[in-house]
Design a protein around this ligand. Structure first.
Ligand SMILES: Cc1cc2nc3c(=O)[nH]c(=O)nc-3n(C[C@H](O)[C@H](O)[C@H](O)COP(=O)(O)OP(=O)(O)OC[C@H]3O[C@@H](n4cnc5c(N)ncnc54)[C@H](O)[C@@H]3O)c2cc1C
Length: 423
């Protein structure tokens, strides 16, 4: 489809105000967002084919590679762009504005860099752990800078991905490395990644979540296979098939975080689990902007204006209010990323994740109703955004339901209190 209507929304000065919370973008943020804008319309046009065939957006990833974005979150001292958490979030929301699946998969790659950078430096490590981490991450960052793609499959279809049980995928230490066995479901980038950043449990008697390891498995290692169909409702170009690991040997430099650090980091840096929110903010904004262009008669193929109907004006205004509420909370919470946030900041992070994922689905749904029947044809991007928008609330470890669960508990129970006290 011709997505030229996007050229106008992108150029609009007003549009850029959405990317600030009263503060201007830093020069680096402005430059990175601008680079996405240069290629984004082509991504939006390709998205139809990727979605229809449920295939990985390889050409978009080639663009990302050419732009140096595979090193977006690799620290500068290792040769990367060194984007911090908030910069990543801003850039990712812009990627999603053009293609949700590209942003969803880009999140998985970048989380491997973000999680292993400053966050780990802040953890209580022994000198030996610090030295081995420094050595190992240098290997992985060099891979990313050389254009290698990292996926991040942690889901297993059990309570593990929600942090309620140890991962069933096991890694046994051997002389000079590990042997892995297990199964990961929903491995986005399956078949296209060069490495899978796998969360697993060290194979020890009585192992708990404290024995979680984070290991990069080369896609071409003997014993790695990708199985199963992929024909989902939305985010189809993520190609999130099942990954099987059968007696897979990896070297010790495959370890991307020292043993036990993942669990420390998850409790001390809860915002690390919010990195999919920009994907869904971007999709929401894109669905909204499509509705505006459509009602103005500016979308190629349906040059009929509908903006003169008061019901359209009010409906659009109501959707705008929701979208602004979500952006406002998102900007605030993405600026609160830090070690050991306060109780209020933690609860706000859950509220933000819930708001973004639910608002995205609502905005896309509103946009379909506002635009009307022709707009939900597969010839227009809104139909795909409507389906993609539904996926955000399902993403572990912070599904919409889990967020509500944590907020409710957090509001009614103070530190050290538990529902067991009330039994
Ligand atoms: C497009 C897409 C791409 C994905 N890509 C990846 C990826 O790259 N890597 C990856 O690891 N995963 C990925 N996932 C998987 C995702 O993060 C979830 O793991 C997956 O959607 C969970 O599916 P499930 O049916 O096993 O959910 P379940 O865990 O069985 O959950 C089912 C329902 O129960 C609720 N629930 C579960 N646990 C609790 C709890 N403790 N308290 C309250 N409610 C609970 C959930 O909210 C949900 O509504 C992807 C998913 C999608 C849709």
């Amino acid at each position: 489809m011709d997505c030229s209507y996007l050229r106008k929304t992108v150029k609009s000065a007003d549009h850029n105000t959405l990317y600030t919370d009263g503060r201007p973008l830093t020069p680096l943020q402005r430059e990175l967002v601008g680079r996405v804008d240069e290629v984004g319309v082509a991504w939006a046009e390709r998205a139809f084919e990727h979605d229809r065939d449920a295939v990985f957006p390889t050409r978009n990833w080639n663009d990302l590679r050419d732009m140096g974005f595979l090193g977006l979150c690799v620290p500068e001292r290792f040769g990367g762009i060194g984007a911090d958490y908030r910069t990543y979030m801003l850039v990712a929301s812009r990627i999603a504005y053009y293609c949700g699946s590209t942003a969803n998969t880009f999140n998985m790659h970048n989380a491997n860099a973000l999680w292993t950078a400053g966050m780990v430096d802040d953890m209580a490590l022994t000198p030996a752990q610090r030295a081995s981490h420094e050595r190992n991450r240098a290997v992985h960052y060099a891979n990313m800078l050389a254009g290698r793609i990292y996926a991040q499959p942690f889901s297993e279809g059990s309570a593990a991905a929600a942090g309620r049980a140890p991962f069933g995928t096991l890694a046994r230490r051997t002389e000079g490395g590990f042997v892995l066995n297990g199964k990961k479901i929903f491995a986005s980038l399956s078949g296209s990644a060069d490495y899978y950043g796998v969360l697993c449990t060290e194979d020890l008697p009585g192992a708990t979540t404290a024995n979680t390891l984070f290991i990069a498995v080369p896609a071409d290692a003997p014993g790695v296979s990708v199985v199963g169909d992929w024909d989902p409702l939305g985010m189809r170009a993520t190609v999130s098939r099942t990954l099987l690991l059968k007696d897979v040997h990896v070297s010790e430099t495959a370890e991307m975080m020292p043993s036990g650090v993942y669990i420390q980091a998850a409790s001390q840096y809860p915002h690390m689990f919010m990195t999919l929110t920009p994907t869904y903010m971007g999709v929401a904004q894109s669905a909204f902007d499509f509705a505006v262009a459509y009602l103005r008669g500016e979308v190629a193929g349906v040059p009929v204006k509908r903006r003169m109907y008061p019901t359209k004006q009010i409906g659009l205004a109501q959707t705008y209010v929701k979208l602004q509420q979500a952006w406002a909370l998102w900007h605030r919470v993405t600026s609160e990323y830090k070690r050991a946030p306060t109780r209020a900041e933690r609860l706000r992070a859950f509220a933000c994740q819930h708001t973004v994922m639910e608002t995205c689905a609502e905005v896309a749904s509103d946009a379909v109703r506002l635009c009307g029947g022709q707009a939900m044809l597969k010839t227009f991007p809104l139909e795909r955004m409507f389906r993609d928008s539904r996926c955000g609330a399902l993403m572990l470890p912070w599904t919409s339901e889990i967020c509500l669960d944590r907020i409710g508990l957090g509001l009614l129970y103070e530190e050290g209190e538990s529902p067991k006290d009330d039994a």
